[in-house]
Write a protein that binds this ligand. Structure first.
Ligand SMILES: [Zn+2]
Ligand SMILES: [Zn+2]
Length: 358
């Protein structure tokens, strides 16, 4: 099968013919119909996080189940599925706490120990982010797939694998935001835009989007923000909107220490700050007395504390009711041969997603 292989960080991808092993017990193979490009793919391709090469990336995918291994009962060939990077045992402590993206048994899966991808010469090719969906097919653990109705396009479904669940999940799962709350989202890129739509779905009364770029602020309005502000004006805007009080919820989706510090200045007494972005080795100044005295909650949110089998059907329901925007998140469609153009588009830092349709 064809796949876009990364052989050197920062270099163009090469379309190669690879061998993909068929599914073993508890595994499934999926023919990929669409794979959106996430900012994590861009970071991986640039070598920011290191990792083994050659590798195939791509982890925001949807497709049709082709084959299932022994013991798989939840999906069958022909089923349309979302394919996520969340490989989980469902039985360990963190899985039972509702955080399968932190599964403690990850290393015990056969797929975690040995990549299912080889070149024709038998060279191992790493399965990037446990998925490797910049390809015609993937073999993944059954915990990584969630069935979706056939009438939802695979393009729309692919977006549910990462960016949408991370953003919406930060609001619904991590913060459990109350209806009528006031909130801000700092950084309204791929994930932040989905925090905005999650907060709108959760019934935020005042919903401020903060960014450096006008184009992103405009997109945030279309996704439910009631107000927008440039980062440097955010404190003044909140002061005016809230008549001197801070906000109840501040979501920090931008990956910088400055964004986190701004978040701590925008939140009010008894407020909640949710950290979503991953600003490398950055350190922030926090006043612990203020945190205690104001009863602030500072929460981390990995992949929106998503339980795919529970949350993706809910999001499909919201999409079908017209309350969750998915089609509007797609900025362009690219065949596998033009994946480098799609990656360049994602590198431009747009809020919307280029989608590869192998
Ligand atoms: Zn992602
Ligand atoms: Zn687990």
């Amino acid at each position: 099968m064809r796949a876009a292989v990364c052989r050197a960080f920062g270099a163009p991808l090469r379309i190669e013919d690879l061998e993909l092993r068929s599914p073993g017990p508890g595994e499934v193979s999926v023919r990929i119909g669409a794979c959106a490009i996430c900012h994590s793919d861009v970071s991986l391709l640039e070598g920011v996080w290191g990792g083994d090469l050659p590798a195939v990336y791509g982890h925001e995918a949807a497709g049709v189940v082709e084959d299932v291994g022994a013991g798989v009962r939840t999906v069958a060939p022909g089923d349309h599925v979302v394919v996520t990077l969340i490989r989980s045992c469902g039985r360990c402590r963190t899985c039972l706490l509702g955080e399968p993206s932190l599964c403690e048994e990850l290393a015990s899966f056969p797929l975690s120990r040995e990549t299912p991808l080889r070149t024709r010469d038998g060279e191992a090719v790493a399965q990037g982010l446990r998925t490797a969906a910049f390809a015609e097919r993937v073999t993944v653990d059954v915990s990584q797939v969630v069935t979706v109705p056939d009438d939802v396009s695979l393009e729309a479904a692919s977006l549910l694998a990462c960016g949408v669940v991370t953003g919406v999940g930060a609001v619904l799962n991590t913060a459990r935001m109350r209806r009528g709350a006031s909130a801000a989202v700092i950084g309204v890129g791929g994930v932040g835009l989905n925090v905005v739509q999650g907060a709108a779905i959760a019934g935020a009364e005042t919903l401020l989007a903060v960014d450096l770029l006008d184009s992103k602020l405009e997109a945030a309005r279309a996704f439910g923000a009631t107000h927008t502000a440039h980062a440097e004006d955010a404190e003044a805007v909140v002061g005016e909107l809230m008549r001197g009080r801070g906000l109840e919820y501040v979501y920090v989706a931008a990956s910088s220490a400055k964004a986190v510090e701004l978040g701590l200045r925008l939140v009010g007494r008894a407020g909640t700050v949710v950290l979503i972005g991953l600003p490398g080795g950055a350190r922030v100044d926090v006043d612990p007395e203020l945190v205690a005295d104001w009863s602030l909650r500072i929460l981390g949110s990995k992949m929106g504390a998503t339980v795919p089998q529970r949350d993706i059907p809910l999001l499909v329901g919201l999409y079908r009711q017209g309350r969750l925007k998915l089609d509007e998140l797609v900025s362009g469609r690219y065949p596998l041969e033009r994946i480098d153009d799609a990656i360049a588009a994602a590198q431009g830092g747009l809020a919307l997603r280029p989608v590869v349709v192998p």
